[in-house]
Design a protein around this ligand. Sequence first.
Ligand SMILES: Cc1cc2nc3c(=O)[nH]c(=O)nc-3n(C[C@H](O)[C@H](O)[C@H](O)COP(=O)(O)OP(=O)(O)OC[C@H]3O[C@@H](n4cnc5c(N)ncnc54)[C@H](O)[C@@H]3O)c2cc1C
Length: 460
Amino acid sequence: MPTYTRLTDEHIAQLTAMLDPERVSVKAADLDQHSRDQSFHEAHLPEAVIWPESTEEVSRVLRFANANLIPVTAWGAGTSLEGNSLAVYGGIVMDFSRMNRILNVRAEDFQVDVQPGLTRLELNKALQRYGLFFTPEPGANASIGGMIANNASGIKTIKYGATKDNVLRLEVVQANGDVLHVGTRARKDSSGYDLLHLFVGSEGTLGLVTEATLKLEPLPANYSATLAAFRAIEPAIQTVVDIVGAGLEPSALEFVDTETIRALRLDKGLDLVEAPTLIVEFNGTSDSEGLVSAQAICEQNGAINFRAASGLEERNRLWEARHHTYESLLRQHPGKAQQIVDVCVPISRYPEIVLYANDVLTEHGLLGYKFGHAGDGNLHINIIHEPDSAADIERVQAAYALIVERAIDLEGTATGEHGVGIGKRKFIVRQHGQALNVMRQIKDLLDPNGILNPGKIFLE
Ligand SMILES: Cc1cc2nc3c(=O)[nH]c(=O)nc-3n(C[C@H](O)[C@H](O)[C@H](O)COP(=O)(O)OP(=O)(O)OC[C@H]3O[C@@H](n4cnc5c(N)ncnc54)[C@H](O)[C@@H]3O)c2cc1C
C-alpha cells in the first residue's frame, strides 16, 4: 500500500474552492455518519466528506486526490454488508446522494439514464407511470451506484439476472480524473473487451460511476405466489433443485428456515406455518401453469402445507417482511449482533451447503437464521452473537470461515451478492488463484496510485 497523504487545512481549502463550501465537510457528525456501513466491520473515520453534483466535479476532485495521494472512497447509501464503503485509509468519502436525478426515460427502448445517487425505490416509483421497472432488488434501499459497484442482486435475480445483466452503459471517472464511457445503448455488443462489466462489481476500486444506462422490464400484470412448508430442511432444499431442474422459470424462489419463519411471524404478525418454507412466485403470462407444476414438485417432495399469497397486498406484505428479516432479527435479539454469511454455489450443491452450514452452526453452538435466494444457489445466514464477547466472536468467525471455504470447495463463490469489501478478501485468494493476480494488474493499470477505495478486494 502506498503511503497516503493526510488531509491538511490547505487541502480542505482547495476542495472547498472546487465545490461549494457546504458540500465539503469535516464536521464530526458527518465523518461519523460515513464511518460505518451495515456490516459488523469496525468503523473507519474519513477525514472529509464531499457531495459532488456533477461529473465535472467528480473529475476535478479525483485529479486533485490522485496528484496528492489522497484516498477517495465512494458512498452510495452505505448499506453494504462487507465494509465495502468504509474509508479504511481515511481520506475523502465522496457521497453521491446529490447526484440522484433521472436523466432520461426512453420507454420505447426499455431504458433509463440515471445518476448514481438515485435509490432503487425512488427509481422504481418514478418508473411506475411508464409501466416499467428496474429489476435488481437488494433488501435495502441501495443507490444505483452502490448496486453497480457491488453487482447487487436479490429475489428476482432467478428470472431477470443480477445488476450486471441490467446495465448497458456507464460513464466512469477514472482515478486520474479522465472521463470514460463504456458499453452502448444497444442490447447486444461484441465490440472488443467488455470494459462495462469490468467496472460492474469493482466496488469503486477502478473508477467512479457518474451516469448509468439501465435496462428496464415491463411491470408484470399479475403475480402468483405460494408458500410451501416442509417437515424438514432436506426436502425443502431438494425441491429448489427440482424446480430449477424442471426448467420452470419462477420470478422468485426463496428458502426460509423454521427459525426465520418464526421470527417473521412474531415480528410481522404474518400467518405462517413454522417449518422450512419455500416461497415460489411466478409472474407474467405463463404464471398459473408454472405455479401448478411447481406445486406438484413440492407435493412429490412431501410439502405439508401450501398457502397462496392471494392478492397483491398480501404478496407485497410477504416480500416486505422478507426484505426486513435483518431488522426483525434485531428486534428478536435486542442488544445482540448479527454476522451475515453470503455464499453461492451451483444449484445442484445447494442442499449440501445448507446442510453443512446447519451442522457447523450446531457444532459451534450458534444460532443462525438461514434463508436466501435459493433459486440462484445463494444462501444467507444471520448468525446471532454477543457484540462484545471475544469468545463468541471467535466461534462465529470460525463457523463463518468453514461455511465460506466449503462454498468454494463446492465450486461456488465466497460472495454471491454482497461483494468482497474487507471481509471476503482472504477467501477469494484461493477462489481466484492466478486470476486474482490479473485483477491486481488491472487495478494497478487503472489506479496506479491506489487512491480508489484502498484496502478492499485485495489483501495488502
Ligand atoms: C437489510 C439489508 C438487506 C440487503 N439485502 C441485499 C440483497 O438481497 N442483495 C444484495 O445484493 N445486497 C443486499 N444488501 C447489501 C447492500 O444493500 C448492497 O450491497 C448494495 O448494493 C449497496 O448499495 P449502497 O448504495 O448502499 O452502496 P454503498 O454501501 O454506499 O457502497 C457500496 C460500494 O459501492 C461503491 N460505490 C458507491 N457509489 C459508487 C459510485 N458512484 N461509483 C463507484 N463506486 C461506488 C462504494 O465505494 C462501495 O464499494 C442488503 C443490505 C441490507 C442492510
